[in-house]
Design a protein around this ligand. Structure first.
Ligand code: DGJ
Length: 696
C-alpha cells in the first residue's frame, strides 16, 4: 500500500523510500520522516511539537511544517504569505481533513484552513512509487466573501532529516555555457537561486540535490528534486542555524502578486522530490524515470535522427538551399529534416519578421508545401522552427497590435535581439497564436516543431490588465502551456522541442508538452561533454537533442564529435555542402550505428562513470531496460602524455552474469567489470564507443 494512515500520520511509501508527516498536538501538519522505506510503523518518529519558550526563538520557528504560512514568531522562509482584505498578514493553517483523490497514482489531499479568513489550502501528494518520487503541489482556495492577496505561494517546503550539515548541489550557467554543476556546503542563512527572466533561464535551474557531504555518484544518501515550472521561480535552501535544513521551492515571489477573488483557486506548479541511498547517479535515474514514464508526451517514441539547417544557412533560407541540404542529409540516413529560422515573411535577418508566420513570398513563392513534398519524397519527415512568443517591431503583427507586447507606457520598449515579447498572459494573444499555429500545422505536413524563445524580459508591464498586472508572471506561463496543450491535442502526432537560445527553458513543466530540449547553442565537442553531464543530473538522454556541427571541424575527429552527440538524441547541424564525401560516408556510418543502439540510449539507464568536468578522461554508460545490452562511451580530451588511463569501472550490471565488452577477447562477470574495470588506451581527443552484451 503506497499511502498508509497510522493515527494522525500519513506515510507515503515508494519502492525504496518512505515520506511521512502528521498532526502534532496543536493540529499543525508537520514533517516526520523522509528516508529508507519504513517496514514497521513503530520506526516512525513522533510528530514534532513546539515545546518550550524563549523570547527571541520561539519553538514554532523551528517546527518543520509541511506548508508553513507566514505568521506568529516564525522567521524561517514560509511557503505562503498573504494579505487579507483587512490588511491582516498572519495566516494560521489548521488541519481540516484528508481524502484520497481519484487518480491513476496514489494521491492524497490534506486540507488545511485559516478559520478566520476562510482561506483553504489543499496540499496534494502523489506517489510515483517506481521512481521513488513524491510529487506535491498546493491549491489555495478563497472561501470568503472578500479578496485575499497572495504575495508568496510556493509549491513546497522539503525537510531532509535534521542534524546534518548539508551540501547543496545545483546548476548554474549562462547562454552558450549552461548546466555547470556546483556543490557547496550550506551555512546558516538562506541560499537563494532563482529566475526573474520570465523563463526558467540559462543561469540557474530549479533542480537540487542535498547530501551530507559524503555522497558520490554511486553511494550515499541524497535528497533531490525539481520544480515543474517554466516561468520565474525561486529556490530557498535554508540552514536555520538550529541544526535543521529546509528547502522551499515555487513560483518566484519577486514582483509577484495574485488577487484571489471570492470562490477562486490558485494552483501552484508541481514540485517533485525523492530520496536514495545510492548516490547522485541513482538520484538522476529516478528523475529520468519520472520524466520518461510520467511527463513527456511520447515516452515510447524513438527520436529520429534529425538534420537542422540553422548553422548551414542561417537566415539565407530558400527552397533550393534546403533541398540541397535535404538530399545530402537523406543520403546519410537522416530521418527528420528541420528548417530553422529565416523561412517566414520579411525574415532577412534578425531585425524583421517575427510575428508574421507565413512563408516568405520571395524565398518560397509557392509556399512551404513543395519543399515539404520533396523532403518527404526523400524518405524524411519535415520539421519547422518557430518563435511564437516574439515579435519584431518591423512586422505586420506589431504594426497591427503594438499593445500586445509587454511594456510600460512611460518607458522605452527595449528590444533584445531586436525583438519584443508578446504578452502571453492576454487571452487575445493566446487565441491569435493558437489559430496561427493551428493553421500552420493543419496546412502542412509537419511532424516536429522547434519552439524557440530568444530574449530575457524587460519592462514587464501589462497596462490594460484586468487585474493586478503582476499576475502576468504566472499567467504568461499558463498562456504558454495553454497554447502548447491546445496544439498538442489538435496535432498529437507532432513532436515539440523546447528551445530558448539553447537551454533557457529546460524544466519539468515544459516537458509535459515537449519531448525534447535543445540543450545549448554551444556545440563544441569538449564543452558539450561538460554541458551534457550537467544536463543529465535531471534530464534523461532521450530528451537531450545533440547535434554534430562544424564546430571543431578539422580539429577534433568526426568520430569524437559523433560520439558526444550519440550520448543523447542524435542530430546533425553542420553545413553538409562543405563536408567531403569521406566525411559524409563516415557520418552515414555513425548514423547507422546510432540507429542500432538508440533504444539503449533513449530508453535505457544512464551511468556517469567519469566526470568530464573533473577529468580529461570521461565516460558514460547506458544499459538497456532489460539489462541485456549496454553501450559505453569514453572520451579523452587533453591529457599530457604519458598518461595511463585508469580502468573504467562499469555500473549497473548483474554481478553474477557474464558480459562481453566489444574489443575485449574474454567475457567477464558483471562483478569483474564493476570492480576491476575495463582498461582503455586513448590518445588526445580520441573516443571509444563499445557495446556491452550480457551472455546467456
Ligand atoms: C537560437 C537557437 O538556439 C538556435 O538553435 C537557432 O534556432 C536560432 N535561435 C535561430 O534564430
Amino acid at each position: 500500500m503506497s499511502i498508509q494512515q497510522i493515527g494522525s500520520s500519513w506515510l507515503l511509501h515508494t519502492q525504496n523510500t518512505t515520506y511521512a508527516f502528521g498532526l502534532n498536538s496543536l493540529g499543525l501538519l508537520v514533517h516526520q520522516y523522509w528516508g529508507p522505506r519504513i517496514a514497521s510503523p513503530s520506526a516512525l518518529p513522533p510528530a514534532p511539537e513546539s515545546e518550550g519558550w524563549a523570547s527571541f526563538n520561539h519553538p514554532e520557528h523551528l517546527l518543520p511544517e509541511e506548508y508553513p504560512a507566514w505568521a506568529g514568531m516564525k522567521f524561517v522562509e514560509p511557503c505562503l504569505k498573504v494579505t487579507a482584505h483587512d490588511q491582516v498578514r498572519d495566516t494560521v493553517l489548521v488541519f481540516q481533513d484528508s481524502q484520497a483523490e481519484v487518480d491513476d497514482l496514489p494521491h492524497l489531499v490534506i486540507t488545511l484552513q485559516d478559520p478566520v479568513y476562510a482561506l483553504r489550502v489543499r496540499l496534494h501528494y502523489r506517489v510515483h512509487a517506481e521512481s521513488d518520487i513524491i510529487e506535491r503541489w498546493a491549491e489555495l482556495v478563497n472561501d470568503s466573501a472578500a479578496p485575499i492577496r497572495l504575495e508568496r505561494a510556493f509549491s513546497v517546503q522539503w525537510h531532509p532529516p535534521a542534524g546534518t550539515a548539508y551540501r547543496f548541489s545545483h546548476l548554474y550557467g549562462r547562454w552558450n555555457d549552461e548546466f555547470h554543476l556546483v556543490r557547496e556546503t550550506l551555512t546558516p542563512g538562506v541560499k537563494v537561486i532563482e529566475s526573474r527572466r520570465l523563463t526558467t533561464s540559462h543561469h540557474h535551474n530549479p533542480w537540487f540535490a542535498l547530501d551530507g557531504g559524503d555522497a558520490s555518484e554511486t553511494q550515499g544518501e541524497v535528497w533531490f528534486g525539481a520544480l515543474g515550472w517554466s516561468g520565474n521561480w525561486k529556490l530557498c535552501a535554508e540552514d536555520t542555524g538550529f541544526a535543521s535544513t529546509r528547502l522551499s521551492l515555487g513560483v518566484n515571489d519577486f514582483d509577484f502578486a495574485w488577487d484571489l477573488q471570492p470562490g477562486e483557486t490558485f494552483t501552484t506548479p508541481s514540485a517533485y522530490a525523492g530520496y536514495t541511498q545510492e548516490g547522485f547517479g541513482a538520484a538522476s535515474r529516478c528523475l529520468h524515470q519520472l520524466i520518461r514514464s510520467r511527463l513527456i508526451p511520447h515516452p515510447r517514441a524513438l527520436h529520429p535522427v534529425l538534420y537542422n539547417s540553422w548553422e548551414a544557412t542561417l537566415f539565407d533560407v530558400d527552397a533550393p538551399s534546403q533541398i540541397r541540404l535535404a538530399q545530402l542529409a537523406a543520403q546519410m540516413g537522416v530521418e527528420l529534416f528541420v528548417m530553422d529560422d529565416g523561412w517566414f515573411k520579411g525574415r532577412r535577418d534578425d531585425r524583421a519578421g517575427l510575428g508574421d508566420w507565413s512563408p516568405d513570398p520571395l524565398k518560397f513563392p509557392h509556399g512551404l508545401n513543395p519543399l515539404i513534398q520533396q523532403v518527404t519524397a526523400l524518405g524524411m519527415r519535415f520539421g519547422l522552427w518557430v518563435e511564437p512568443e516574439m515579435v519584431n517591431p518591423d512586422s505586420d503583427l506589431y504594426r497591427a497590435h503594438p499593445d500586445w507586447v509587454l511594456h510600460f507606457p512611460t518607458r522605452q520598449r527595449r528590444t533584445g535581439r531586436n525583438q519584443l515579447i508578446l504578452n502571453l498572459a492576454r487571452p487575445d494573444v493566446q487565441a491569435h497564436l493558437n489559430q496561427m499555429l493551428d493553421e500552420l500545422l493543419s496546412q502542412h505536413d509537419i511532424s516536429f516543431i522547434k519552439w524557440d524563445m530568444n530574449r530575457a524580459v524587460s519592462e514587464p508591464g501589462w497596462p490594460d490588465a484586468p487585474r493586478d498586472p503582476r499576475e502576468m508572471w504566472v499567467r504568461y506561463t499558463h498562456g504558454l502551456y495553454h497554447i502548447l496543450e491546445t496544439l498538442r491535442s489538435r496535432h498529437p502526432q507532432v513532436t515539440f522541442q523546447s528551445c530558448s537560445g539553447g537551454g533557457g527553458r529546460a524544466d519539468l513543466g515544459v516537458l509535459r508538452y515537449a519531448d525534447q530540449i535543445w540543450v545549448s547553442d554551444n556545440t563544441e565537442a569538449a564543452a558539450r561533454l561538460r554541458i551534457q553531464e550537467g544536463f543529465s543530473q535531471l534530464f534523461p538522454a532521450q530528451v537531450m537533442e545533440a547535434w554534430v556541427t562544424d564546430a571543431n571541424r578539422g580539429q577534433i575527429p568526426l568520430s569524437f564529435r559523433f560520439h558526444v552527440s550519440m550520448c543523447g538524441s542524435l542530430g546533425i547541424g553542420g553545413n553538409l555542402t562543405q563536408w567531403s564525401p569521406q566525411e559524409r560516408a563516415e557520418a552515414a556510418h555513425w548514423i547507422a550505428v546510432y540507429k542500432d543502439i538508440r533504444p539503449i540510449i533513449q530508453f535505457g539507464s544512464q551511468f556517469r562513470l567519469r566526470s568530464p568536468s573533473q577529468s580529461p578522461f570521461s565516460a558514460v554508460q547506458y544499459l538497456s531496460e532489460d539489462g541485456a545490452a549496454g553501450v559505453l562511451f569514453a572520451f579523452r580530451t587533453h591529457l599530457p602524455d604519458p598518461a595511463a588511463l585508469p580502468p573504467l569501472r562499469l555500473q549497473g550490471l548483474d554481478p553474477q552474469a557474464l558480459y562481453a565488452v566489444e574489443g575485449v577477447p574474454e567475457p567477464h562477470s558483471g562483478a569483474y567489470w564493476m570492480h576491476t574495470g575495463l582498461p582503455l588506451v586513448l590518445g588526445n581527443f580520441e573516443s571509444a564507443l563499445l557495446r556491452i552484451t550480457r551472455l546467456p
